[in-house]
Design a protein around this ligand. Structure first.
Ligand SMILES: O=C(O)[C@H]1O[C@H](OP(=O)(O)OP(=O)(O)OC[C@H]2O[C@@H](n3ccc(=O)[nH]c3=O)[C@H](O)[C@@H]2O)[C@H](O)[C@@H](O)[C@H]1O
Length: 408
């Protein structure tokens, strides 16, 4: 087994659930004391839904897993992990240009380099809404496990073009559910989002909250995916788990998201835009925690479940900028911007259910995660992108190239 491509992040052992590095305590919402955490405290010791579930043992045999969006940030990390542990992976990714395509190419190049013979890794470039292509993949490759991560994922851009979110997220997910039911998939795991909680006033968001008030087309599309997934479970007994990711960041992160954007721009002395007064807060979750949660969900088929995958503590935008300044050793040039439509003011996961049913527990504090991401940015990011695109050498190894410069 080739473990060449795993230097960027360390995936915590799947067995060490109780050794948390996370020294951050649960944070309270601004203006709210910890005693207001009624939703969280009532969940400890129950599933929050008052339903009884048997905790399923992991299926630890060989799997062939269809990973949609496998060229992207989370998808490429999940594919890397599954391949490294011995599973086979089929990737389908449309390679759209929502963000710099060369980053997705670099992600695939890393995987191809480690698994070059095409026996354990197969990559299709195409739209998950292309019925002929998807039918062919299910027919020819017979993946019995599906990890559906392909999506349009920008919150604010979804206001400008909601239709592409309906296409990729809702239509794409529905087609995958159809095919998964038709071809007898054993477990269908898909990416949802913390944004479905909208402007929830809870301190800790739990899965049994009613989430009927999405504030962006992106959030509405993810909620729609959860509903379609339930329907396919109901109609065809398809095992489905929807994972609500909480603002995921880390090495190979999405360049449209604040963690990558701030590290990149602050490192290079460029201005960053700060939306609002800096009091907005996110439960930023490090990529290795997310990979761990995703793989746990793949291995444990439940009839129908929704899980939060977060860290369980929040960081304000102002604190976040301070941490990036500290880790990069550079002062941020800040352009103050108004609050953005579609943005939620606050997110924070209750991870109780994921812990109970999946054995999931976040391991990486925000400070540590940003430290590791800055380290990757300074070392592997430049090295890897230059290795896969030799023509970039003209940019010089000594400085961080812009995303435009990085284009092949
Ligand atoms: O967990 C989710 O449900 C979502 O997480 C992510 O969305 P968000 O939480 O909005 O992350 P992100 O853009 O990093 O902005 C973070 C903070 O920085 C602020 N922000 C952002 C950019 C900027 O230039 N300036 C700024 O102040 C911004 O106002 C915000 O306060 C995913 O994109 C999405 O796919 C989905 O999965």
């Amino acid at each position: 087994m080739n473990s060449q491509i795993t230097p960027d992040i360390s995936i915590p052992s799947m067995l060490h659930l109780n050794s948390s590095e996370d020294d951050e305590s649960y944070t309270s919402r601004p203006g709210m004391s910890l005693t207001d955490r009624s939703d969280q405290s009532s969940e400890i010791g129950s599933l929050g839904t008052h339903e009884e579930y048997t905790v399923v043992p992991p299926h630890d045999g060989y799997k062939k897993v269809l990973v949609t969006g496998g060229a992207g940030f989370i998808g490429s990390h999940v594919a890397e992990f599954l391949l490294a542990r011995g599973d086979d992976v089929v990737i389908v990714d449309e390679m759209n240009d929502y963000y710099d395509l060369s980053l997705k190419r670099a992600n695939l190049a890393l995987l191809r380099e480690a698994y070059p013979d095409g026996k354990r890794l197969k990559i299709y470039e195409g739209d998950i809404c292309d019925e002929n292509l998807m039918q062919e993949i299910f027919e020819v490759d017979s993946p019995h496990w599906v990890c559906h991560l392909a999506a349009r994922a920008g919150v604010r851009p979804s206001i400008q073009d909601p239709y592409v979110y309906i296409h990729s997220n809702i239509k794409g997910t529905t087609l995958l559910l159809e095919l998964s039911a038709k071809y007898g998939v054993k477990n269908f795991v898909f990416a949802s989002s913390s944004s479905v909680y909208g402007g929830s006033k809870s301190t800790y968001f739990s899965e049994d909250e009613v989430v009927d008030n999405p504030v962006s087309p992106y959030a509405a599309s993810k909620k729609a995916c959860e509903l379609f997934a339930y329907t396919y479970h109901h109609l065809y007994n398809l095992n489905v788990s929807g994972l609500r990711f909480f603002t995921v960041y880390g090495p190979r992160g999405r360049p449209d998201m604040a963690p990558f954007k701030f590290i990149d721009r602050i490192s290079r002395g460029f201005e960053i835009q700060k939306f609002g007064d800096g009091s907005s807060s996110r439960d930023y979750t490090y990529i290795s925690d997310i990979v761990d949660g995703v793989v746990r969900a793949i291995d444990r088929p439940y009839p129908y479940q929704i899980f939060n995958l977060g860290k369980g503590s929040g960081t304000s935008l102002n604190e976040f900028i301070d941490i990036v300044q500290k880790e990069t050793g550079k002062k941020a040039l800040i352009k103050q911007m108004p609050d953005q439509p579609g943005d939620v003011p606050y997110t924070c996961a209750s991870c109780e259910k994921a812990h109970r049913l999946l054995g999931y527990k976040s391991q990486v504090s925000f400070g540590e995660g940003i430290r590791r991401t800055v380290e990757w940015y300074n070392q592997a990011y430049i090295k890897n992108t230059i290795e896969v695109c030799p023509e970039r050498q003209a940019n010089g190894l000594g400085r961080a190239p812009s995303f435009v410069e990085l284009r092949c």
